[in-house]
Write a protein that binds this ligand. Structure first.
Ligand SMILES: [Zn+2]
Length: 414
């Protein structure tokens, strides 16, 4: 139904435009260059025939595919982000197309000896015989999430060209700055006006996610006292040693490298310290809201326990919630997940429903009143030089979007 060349050309036209976001910037979008793709997308959405194509002062793009049926059915939305991760360069992306993949090593760069190998990236095996788009080993690819954008645009174009497929009103939304955690911040949910939406921002074919972590960040500050080491006896307080006690007080096995599935963790990601002052930077994650609250309480309690051994209370702690598990917002409207699951099954795609060990824009949008599960966009190894996407997975994602539109219109759901 959808030509491989057509979708490949569209994808390449997006990934060759650098849209890396920047966490240090305070503007929206965080980098000026994101406008380059945003403006191009606006023109393209108009050209394929969508209505109400808008872009606001923060580069949030919205558009409408009007309903082509008489009865009233829910308005659904599809969302993805056009920025790429600042973890790895997105400038001068030179996509390589590997046709009829033979299941062996793919040389990304002969000169730099960079190889994408199924021995290390086992997921590659399942794409034998398919067309893969890879990097040239020197940049990321940007399938996260330009694959999602490609799929949404292509699905809307397909629906416009196939009026025999009946659907209700569909809204689409493209955001900047998802990779720096701000994609949902300035998303105008009332303006979008959908009953629910899907982010097309997952990885391998079949992924369907409506559970993510509850998340907080904690900064533990330990105060010490510097004195000349030669005269320090009974006077110097070394903040680094107290910080070490604090690190030891948290459960050693509840860390990212020892947990999976629905197990939560404390993650110490940065230490900055000298004798006078040490700062420990943690993130706290748990799918379960109660356990999440317990983890934060435990961190405060351990600070108290250690403080009680000193007369100047050396430890202070600052904990800030970052995002919450969307499950509580999606479960009351579970049919929105069921429709996506049914769409996949009808296309012979095995749904992979699992909790995300992270967050998505969908979680923030769900708490802003737009329930928003996440669907695969098809790419693998995001945020680095080994990123790739099978063209067949992108085509399947287009079919899932079309099918969800069709199913929503054929059911009496609200
Ligand atoms: Zn993404």
């Amino acid at each position: 139904m959808i030509s491989k060349k057509h979708i490949t050309d569209r994808f390449i036209s997006y990934v060759t435009i650098d849209t890396e976001s920047d966490p240090a910037s305070q503007t929206t979008p965080s980098t000026k260059k994101q406008w380059d793709l945003a403006n191009k997308l606006v023109e393209e959405l108009k050209a394929i025939g969508l209505s109400d194509v808008t872009i606001d002062e923060n580069a949030y793009i919205m558009a409408t595919l009007p309903s082509n049926i008489d009865q009233e059915v829910p308005t659904i939305g599809f969302i993805s982000h056009f920025d790429t991760s600042p973890d790895f360069t997105g400038a001068n992306v030179k996509p390589q197309i590997v046709e009829n993949y033979d299941g062996k090593d793919i040389i990304l760069s002969e000169a730099e000896n960079i190889v994408l190998s199924p021995d290390y990236f086992e997921d590659l095996q399942q794409y034998k015989g398919q067309t893969l788009i890879t990097t040239d080993g020197t940049t990321l690819l940007g399938a996260d999430d330009k694959a999602g954008i490609t799929e949404i645009v292509t699905a809307m174009e397909y629906l416009i060209q196939h009026p025999e497929i009946k659907h209700g009103k569909i809204r689409i939304g493209f955001t900047p700055d998802e990779e720096i955690g701000r994609g949902a911040h300035k998303f105008d949910v009332p303006k979008f006006g959908a009953d629910w939406a899907y982010t097309m921002d997952g990885s391998q074919i079949g992924e369907l996610e409506y559970e993510n972590f509850n998340a907080a960040g904690a900064v533990v500050t330990v105060k010490g006292k510097i004195v000349h080491p030669g005269y320090a006896k009974g006077k110097m307080i070394n903040s680094m040693y107290i910080a070490q006690d604090y690190i030891d007080a948290l459960p050693k096995k509840e860390t990212p490298e020892h947990t999976s599935g629905r197990e939560g963790f404390y993650h110490l990601h940065t230490i900055k310290g000298d004798v006078e002052e040490t700062k420990l930077y943690y993130i706290i994650r748990d799918h379960d809201k109660e356990k999440f609250e317990e983890r934060k309480a435990f961190m405060l309690q351990m600070a108290q326990t250690i403080n009680s051994k000193y007369n100047n209370e050396p430890i202070t702690i600052d904990i800030n919630d970052q995002y919450y598990n969307m499950r509580e917002k999606v479960e009351p409207v579970m049919h929105i997940v069921d429709i996506a699951e049914e769409a996949m099954k009808s296309l012979n795609i095995t749904p992979l429903i699992k909790p995300i060990r992270g967050g998505t824009d969908g979680s923030q949008l769900s708490f802003k009143g737009l329930p928003c599960p996440n669907i695969f966009a098809g790419g693998h190894n995001f945020h680095g030089r080994y990123e790739y996407v099978p063209v067949e997975s992108m085509i399947k994602a287009v079919e899932v979007i079309v099918r969800i539109a069709e199913l929503t219109a054929s059911k009496k759901v609200k």
